[in-house]
Design a protein. Structure first.
Length: 411
């Protein structure tokens, strides 16, 4: 007869990574005490709709949650919501809370996610200036997206671009300020960044490149933005989307290694025995890409949370996924698979003018990443080509008459 496990496992981060990890721990047989701590008042939910369907009022609130509230009680998962974890003591094996309490743990998963980067300009604290990270943020912005109003979005990354698209679809007049000369140039390259810019301009967005925010003005509430180029942009609200930073403050001074997030190996294990990390906060070694990366996307949060749970239970399964994310803007579906911090060439397959194409990022003769625009069928073979880590024929890769699947090596 198997005796119940009396261990206590704690998860910091009641988000997608933390929630999926809690599910996986129970599904894989852990029957000890399981505590899930979250700073937000809501149980784990999915963030992608916050800048898209939920922001536009097309998705019900209940559909965001990864499990019904009853799931946690039925599976004996202690939810500590609306309370922030402030400190991890790796020697005493405790997590300190802002209430002054501490929770003892035998094993710990840190899924603390990220915090928004904030602008430091005059007027940033005026009413009507928003950041988007949480469900509450999305709800506050959604209440302001009234047709005919004027919105300034700061930052043309994926969050900023999705907010701009959603607002434009809801009938707002949208201006986007992007400090870079090409939006997403570092991630996608100049050619793809220019295509990305054209999509927004084609939909009526006033995209201004090479410009940031000098200051925000208004009497009590935002009325205008002064751009670094000197232009005055009258507006009714501002949304700032300039990225996130890994939320590592709770482990500073704990002895846990930090470097652009919490450093973990392919098993999601930190340098401290029994302490793991997953999701946006984890800087992990990817054995497929053969490099360290930190990924801030839905698929990684979900899959790495599950992988971390299995490794917490001693299953020793490396987290070896090809990164993947998507972005929906207007009628455009963009999907990106792989990871390319640098590349030698970008090959195109399909029709850019018709907005149905794939861009392939090659390093040497290996495919490192692919961005597929309205070409979902190219995602799976691209993933398999990246996973194979073998040379690929560039001419065939770009040739529409060659089935991508035929280029994937047979296992």
């Amino acid at each position: 007869m198997r005796l119940p496990d009396r261990s206590t496992y704690v998860i910091v981060g009641a988000n997608l990574a933390g929630g999926r990890a809690a599910e996986a721990l129970r599904n894989n047989g852990f029957d000890g005490r399981l505590v899930l701590i979250g700073a937000e008042p809501d149980p784990p939910y999915e963030r992608p709709p916050l800048s898209k369907e939920y922001l536009r009022g097309e998705q019900e609130r209940d559909k965001l949650f990864i499990a019904p509230p009853s799931f946690y009680e039925e599976n004996d998962i202690e939810l500590r919501l609306g309370v922030r974890a402030t400190r991890v003591d790796s020697k005493e094996r405790t997590v300190g809370l802002e209430t002054g309490e501490s929770v003892q743990f035998d094993k710990l998963l840190i899924a603390s996610g990220g915090r928004v980067r904030r602008l430091s300009v005059p007027g940033i604290d005026l009413e009507g200036v928003y950041y988007l990270r949480t469900m509450a943020d999305s709800e506050r912005i959604a209440a302001e997206l009234v047709s005919g109003r004027r919105l300034v979005v700061v930052g043309a990354g994926f969050i900023g671009a999705e907010v701009a698209a959603s607002a434009s679809m809801n009938g707002l007049e949208v201006t986007v300020l992007e400090i870079a000369e090409v939006p997403l140039g570092r991630a996608l390259g100049q050619e793809m960044g220019n295509i990305y810019a054209d999509i927004h301009r084609d939909h009526g967005v006033d995209l201004r490149l090479g410009q940031g925010v000098e200051r925000i003005e208004g009497t009590g509430r935002v009325e205008r933005v002064i751009a670094t180029a000197g232009a005055t942009i009258d507006c009714d609200l501002v949304v700032v989307g300039v990225g996130i930073e890994p939320e590592t403050s709770i482990v500073e001074g704990s002895g846990i290694e930090l470097n652009n997030g919490i450093v973990v190996d392919e098993y999601c294990q930190t340098n401290v025995e029994g302490i793991f990390a997953a999701g946006d906060v984890a800087n992990f070694y990817n054995p497929i890409l053969e490099e360290r990366i930190r990924v801030e996307h839905w698929a990684n949060a979900q899959n790495q949370g599950i992988a971390a749970a299995k490794n917490i239970l001693g299953q020793r399964q490396p987290y070896a996924e090809v990164p993947w994310f998507w972005s929906d803007q207007y009628e455009i579906n963009m999907q990106y698979v792989g990871h390319a911090s640098s590349w030698d060439e970008v090959l195109l397959r399909g029709s850019v003018p018709e907005r149905q194409f794939s861009a392939f990022y090659l390093k040497g003769s290996r495919l490192r990443a692919a961005m597929c625009v309205n070409r979902q069928r190219d995602i799976r073979p691209s993933r398999e080509l990246i996973r194979a880590r073998t040379p690929v024929d560039a001419k065939k890769l770009a040739d529409e008459d060659v089935d991508l699947r035929s280029l994937v090596p047979q296992r």
